[in-house]
Design a protein around this ligand. Structure first.
Ligand code: ZN
Length: 78
C-alpha cells in the first residue's frame, strides 16, 4: 500500500461529517496529492476504499489514477 485516504471536514469539523476525501502518500500523510494540507487528527482510511462511494476530491482522483495506473479497469471508479 502506498497511499491512504484522509478526510476533509466542513466548517463544523468532524461532527459535521466528511466534506471530501483526499489521497495522501504514505511517506507524507500531512499533504494531499492536490496540495491541500490535512489536519493531523483527520480520519484516515485504506486506499482500497477509493471509489466505493466516498465523496472524493476530483484533483486527488485524477492524480491518484495517474500514480496508480494498475488500478484502472480492476477497480470501479464512479
Ligand atoms: Zn485533494
Amino acid at each position: 500500500m502506498t497511499h491512504k485516504l484522509r478526510a476533509e471536514y466542513g466548517p463544523k469539523g468532524a461532527a459535521g461529517g466528511v466534506k471530501s476525501w483526499h489521497v495522501v502518500r504514505d511517506e507524507n500523510l500531512a499533504v494531499a496529492l492536490c496540495g491541500r494540507t490535512m489536519s493531523e487528527d483527520s480520519e484516515t482510511r485504506p486506499e482500497q476504499e477509493w471509489g466505493t462511494g466516498l465523496r472524493c476530491c476530483q484533483q486527488c482522483g485524477s492524480l491518484y489514477m495517474h500514480e496508480v495506473p494498475h488500478m484502472q479497469g480492476s477497480h470501479p471508479y464512479s
